[in-house]
Write a protein that binds this ligand. Structure first.
Ligand code: HEC
Ligand code: HEC
Length: 415
């Protein structure tokens, strides 16, 4: 009796697997129940707490993703994203610090933080941009709410692209004069450089400009296709870059295939399954306490227990969210980063102080750094074994999406 009962359970479990695999609904039913995971935080055994699909892209009403010209705007945005003419000295494009092969993070991993224009070092680590279109809290301290709002920030950041020089109206390259207050001349020089000329213009692109992409297109053509105008403006630049960024959608990782029901993908990787169980188990590693949702971020601000440390470059402390919210309770809190393609985006944390995922796991297993005030109550000693930690890393590696990182749609259009 007992035996037949067991096999009945087995059969119905097997049926359930097949049934669920054929289900097309959107929210989180996991095939191949994670055996032994109690998920006492409320996740049902066998039900993945991670949604199967990313949901809806957030786009503002004045730059909607369903506009008939969206594709042309993406194309213009791609050209801008890869255009080193954004930097005053023609050295740095967005892609210098956000490379698709590294999930749009900074692949120059010998440095903890990102290097910009004239090799100036920033104090923060460039995040991966996978699924950035789903974010409502942008940058480590959530300073920006939309990609449009953010897009001009690096362009006018003295360290990133150095476009702040206009007080004199002189050419910054010959005068070497920069300041941190963008003005009209900055934009006029910028528009001219983008168009391939070195005289200030008023954004008017030249139909005959010889600065052309691989397919022979210049900005005159791209701008007309996208917006029906020949004149650049900061507004159109930031909107076009945002359109391109909204196409950074990563949904084809090994984990996604598993999460959608393809049990076979983890067949030879029980370590990753175990790592996923630990990650989501609120009584074990409880990473899901903050790294939750499709992109493994709650998009909220936490102090995950890093001791405060002055930037070796500026000697200043980065106090995180409090700089934006002015609420002392937010001191040294940073936005939970998403973890898609995380294995490709070393180094880690807002200042890149952790070199490898093993360093990150060690850090969490210790309960973060000692003596950190304002540490989130979820950060505590975890008592994970070395095997547990390496299994969690195996799971994190399954969040890499080679179809995303090698997608030709994100390639440099200029060469
Ligand atoms: C010098 C390196 C560098 C350059 C050049 C650069 N970025 Fe970044 N990017 C960073 C760093 C560092 C951060 C984190 C900034 C912060 O948190 O304050 C960042 C953050 C971002 C974010 C927010 C990511 C998140 O997880 O919230 C987006 C989007 C982004 N950059 C897009 C761009 C675009 C578009 C350009 C070109 C116009 C660009 N970046 C140029 C280094 C760079
Ligand atoms: C209390 C919320 C919280 C919990 C719990 C938590 N994290 Fe984090 N995690 C964060 C925050 C916030 C950051 C960014 C901190 C910073 O840079 O100052 C972060 C950063 C990371 C990073 C670096 C990502 C990058 O792109 O730089 C990784 C990897 C990571 N966490 C993995 C984990 C794992 C694995 C666990 C479980 C063992 C875990 N986290 C538990 C909030 C949390």
């Amino acid at each position: 009796m007992k035996n037949s009962n067991t096999s009945l359970h087995f059969l119905s479990a097997a049926f359930l697997v097949v049934f669920l695999a054929s289900c097309k609904q959107d929210s989180g039913t996991l095939v191949n129940p994670p055996v032994g995971s109690g998920n006492p935080g409320g996740n049902q055994p066998g039900v993945s707490p991670i949604p199967k699909t990313p949901g809806t892209i957030v786009s503002p009403a004045n730059n909607p993703v369903d506009d008939p010209k969206f594709a042309a705007r993406v194309e213009l945005g791609r050209h801008l994203f890869y255009d080193p003419a954004f930097a005053v000295d023609g050295s740095t494009s967005c892609a210098s610090c956000h490379s698709p092969g590294a999930g749009f993070s900074d692949p120059r991993s010998n440095e903890a933080t990102s290097m910009g224009f004239q090799n100036r070092m920033g104090t923060r680590n460039a995040p991966a941009l996978a699924n950035i279109g789903y974010y409502i809290a942008i940058t480590w301290d959530g300073k920006f709410k939309t990609l449009e709002d953010h897009a001009l920030a690096p362009i006018f950041n003295n360290i990133e692209m150095g476009n702040n020089f206009s007080a004199t109206g002189n050419d910054p390259i010959t005068t070497g004069y920069y300041h941190s207050d963008p003005g009209a001349n900055d934009t006029l020089f910028l528009f001219a450089r983008l168009d391939g000329s070195n005289t200030r213009n008023h954004g008017l692109t030249d139909q005959n400009s010889t600065k052309r992409d691989k397919n022979g297109n210049n900005y005159y053509a791209l701008l007309n296709n996208a917006w029906g105008t020949s004149t650049f403006s900061l507004d159109l630049i930031q909107k076009s870059i945002a359109c391109f960024e909204r196409t950074f959608v990563s949904t084809q990782s090994t984990f996604d295939r598993y999460n959608k029901g393809d049990v076979s993908v983890f067949k030879y990787n029980p370590e990753a399954i175990h790592g996923f169980q630990l990650f989501t188990d609120t009584a074990k590693a409880n990473c899901i306490g903050c790294h939750n949702g499709y992109n493994f971020t709650d998009q909220k601000f936490h102090n995950n227990g890093l001791y405060t440390m002055a930037s070796p470059i500026t000697q200043k402390y980065d106090s995180g969210r409090v700089g934006i919210s002015k609420d002392p309770a937010d001191a040294f809190k940073f936005r939970t980063p998403g973890l898609r393609n995380v294995a490709l985006s070393a180094p880690y944390m807002h200042d890149g102080r952790k070199t490898t995922l093993a360093d990150v796991l060690d850090f969490y297993n210790r309960g973060g750094d000692p003596g950190v005030t304002n540490k989130d109550s979820k950060i505590k000693k975890l008592n994970l074994t070395d095997q547990d930690m390496s299994d969690i890393i195996e799971f994190l590696k399954t969040l890499s999406d080679p179809q995303f990182t090698s997608n030709g749609a994100y390639a440099n259009p200029w060469r």
